[in-house]
Design a protein around this ligand. Structure first.
Ligand SMILES: [Zn+2]
Length: 455
């Protein structure tokens, strides 16, 4: 046992050495895109340092699940949520007891307290240039620097193209895929890598959902600047015993994967978007209308239902994946899912060990500081947040202990499932192409079946 441990320590020291060499290797040797300015190592460190100094944190609040339909796809999961409220002492209040005279507050948790490991590692790296003792954390910092920041000017210019998609205004599918491909290729896939390597092939470890709509469009990145191939997948994640869904983007991150989901577009015909006013509006006004539409889409009840179901499903999947493939590391239990429009995103997190569901408080998080083409600038606080979330298996997010104590069980989901059902879900949850609807079972908050329909 001891000799195995010392072998392990030795192997990790060799890896650490490799990564320190990679610091210089990757910055110099990754693909050169254009004549646009390329950031040097000093620029990159300075950029992270400024981003940390100006960092605007986001706050999360807990939610309780009121109803859900088991055995369905995430788009039919009928999940309804409500805020979890606490009294003045921080104790969670039972929803039945809240009335006009009750003083109730949502519990607020800062992202930087959940991702304290990630923030501390970045702070340390820019302060004294040193790496942490954790080989994996060092590698994901290098991935952000070499994969994204050194070519920030180029990637930002490609990402700005999401503001000028006017090829076919009536084709929502094309428009959505256009944005998804650019965001996946120039942002998400650049902030991580699935394994420690010095091949510096940043940006190729992701895939976009390949359903019937995407067969022949955007096989190459539609930014028109990088000429890179877009990889597609047709796999879903889930179990017929719970929920199953097809993430729009899967990013292969160090130690596993991360899923990103786009809202369903059904609400698109709502008067906000396609009225006469929209067609006549000036470019700036159109942008404002589009921004408002995207925010509303992220928060429609149907889309919230889909995101929560996907987040819980992914959390189950990620736990099982870790137990199977990462036996030497304690599993991360607070698992995030990103819900993405082109200009905003929400972060949902589900802690499967403690049955706690969180989402960012207030409006969706802006990805951009300004949304005017061609001056649009990425919001660097958002970039740091996305980097943290994508690398959650490495950065090991967790709630502060006092928040776990006060919120344990507050999602009201797990205790409604009998242990045999949880065992069934855990033994069947997987990634695969086809899921067969099994049996719909609707639950309310009291754990009662509302209906049960065989399919
Ligand atoms: Zn491109």
């Amino acid at each position: 046992m001891l000799s195995q441990l010392s072998k392990c320590v030795k192997a990790r020291s060799i890896l650490q050495l490799k990564i320190e060499r990679l610091t210089f290797f990757s910055i110099e040797s990754t693909k050169k895109y254009s004549k646009l300015r390329r950031w040097t190592e000093e620029d990159v460190i300075d950029g992270i340092s400024k981003s940390l100094a100006k960092y605007k944190d986001i706050q999360f609040e807990p939610f309780r699940i009121k109803t859900f339909t088991l055995g369905s796809s995430v788009t039919n999961a009928n999940v309804k949520i409500e805020q979890v409220l606490s009294d003045i002492t921080g104790e969670t209040i039972e929803p039945d007891t809240v009335n006009g005279s009750t003083e109730a507050f949502p519990k607020i948790i800062n992202l930087n307290s959940i991702y304290r490991n990630g923030f501390n590692a970045l702070e340390q790296h820019v302060t004294d240039g040193k790496m942490t003792d954790n080989v994996d954390v060092n590698f994901v910092i290098q991935a952000m620097k070499a994969g994204f920041l050194q070519d920030l000017d180029f990637h930002e210019r490609c990402l700005q193209k999401i503001f000028v998609n006017e090829d076919d205004e009536d084709d929502d599918v094309d428009e959505e895929l256009y944005e998804t491909a650019i965001l996946a290729n120039h942002l998400f896939s650049r902030l991580t890598m699935p394994r420690i390597s010095n091949s510096a092939r940043f940006g190729s470890h992701f895939s976009i959902l390949n359903d019937d709509r995407s067969r022949n469009i955007h096989r190459m990145c539609p930014c028109d600047m990088c000429k890179e191939k877009i990889p597609y997948h047709n796999s879903g994640i889930g179990s017929e015993m719970m929920f199953y869904g097809y993430p729009d983007i899967i990013v292969y991150s160090l130690g596993g994967k991360c899923n990103i989901v786009r809202p369903q577009q059904e609400d698109r015909n709502y008067p906000l978007t396609r009225d006469d006013h929209d067609f006549e509006a000036e470019f700036d006004e159109k942008q404002l209308i589009e921004l408002k539409r995207q925010k509303e889409l992220l928060r429609s009840s149907q889309n919230i239902s889909q995101f929560v179901a996907q987040c819980i499903t992914f959390s189950f999947y990620q736990k099982l994946y870790q137990l199977k493939y990462r036996k030497d590391i304690l599993p991360v239990s607070l698992i995030p899912t990103i819900a993405l429009s082109g200009m905003h995103f929400d972060i949902y997190m589900y802690d499967i060990d403690n049955d706690i569901l969180l989402r960012n408080k207030g409006d969706p998080i802006p990805l951009w500081r300004t949304c005017r083409y061609p001056e649009a600038k990425l919001d660097m606080s958002a970039i740091l947040q996305i980097w943290m979330v994508l690398n959650h298996l490495t950065l090991n997010p967790s709630l502060p202990q006092e928040d776990i104590q006060s919120l344990k069980g507050s999602c009201d989901f797990l205790h409604l499932l009998p242990q045999e059902r949880i065992d069934l879900i855990e033994s069947t949850i997987t990634m695969k192409k086809t899921f067969m609807p099994w049996e719909y079972e609707e639950f309310d908050t009291k754990g009662n079946y509302i209906t049960s329909t065989s399919n």
